[in-house]
Design a protein around this ligand. Sequence first.
Ligand SMILES: [Zn+2]
Length: 360
Amino acid sequence: MPPTPGHTASADRGDSTLHTQAHSELIDLEGRYVVPGFVDMHMHGGAGASYQNGLHDDVRRVVAFHRAHGTTTAMASLVTDAPDALLAAVARLADLADEGLVAGIHLEGPYLATNRCGAHEPSLLKAPDLAEFERLTSSSRGHLRMITLAPELPGALDLIRSAVDQGVIAAVGHTDGTAAHVRAAFEAGARVATHLFNAMRPVHHREGGPVVAALNDPRITVELINDGVHIDTEVARLTFTTAGPDRVALITDAMAATGMGDGDYRLGTMDVRVQDGRAMLADGSSIAGSTITMAEAFRRAVTEVGRPIEEAARAASLTPARALGLDHRIGSLAPGKDADLVVLNDDLTVHQVMKTGQWL
Ligand SMILES: [Zn+2]
């Protein structure tokens, strides 16, 4: 059969090009910047709703809010919760991942260090449990894409190996481990450091801890919450200088309050109070996620941290896409990839967002 116009799959390359040109539209962006759609590999919620507690419509609200701020791909992160609640949340999110609303599920916990628990309920933390992990992966129907755990806990290395075998990215975080613990996790296949510096043993010049182990290993992607609250700007600068934009993944770690203003919220089982945009546990003991968008994290990387726009764009898009194994489809503006892009004004605020070729 000869190629049928309009069916590019059966058309040869020449026809396909003509076909595309016939349907292209020339858009004058009046000198604005265009960057790849942002990829947020660690995020809990926004617009008053969360992935954890929310029903389907709430999750749609979270996704729509962050898409409007340039995040065309987002993971759904879950904090520590009771086993049944976590299983139910994973199953619910698997439906939304089937629809393509979220790129995958990220389990942050429950296998975390109690003394680095941050905003996780300490009484629900436990040692890695392979049988429970199996239940979680099966209820995710293949959508569990990442798990953050503390590598010093008993059984952690076995869980990392099991995760990697099943195509789940292992990340070290909420850890009191030494550099040696973390290096062992990397040898077992862990490839991400969850919000570097936050909720982990700090750097000491005789014990570099997780931070130095991660920065020194070229295989590791380091997440950075570049909100000016979690990380001092100079420390963000040091991280970029050390790891480079191909290993720094800007994340939001955003919770429900993002885009909503000050007030009282929930993060998993924990009560959170937001004041002056800073989310803290209600008892004031820990920072509890952020209230920034990826657009803000990106803008700050340029205006505060001082990185060139191209580098900030890589850290906000290609680097997390690569860490998630999605860079064949997203993460840069290239023929054959999804047309996910953000148009930015001169002050780097979002002007317009396109997701798979459609303006939002
Ligand atoms: Zn988180």
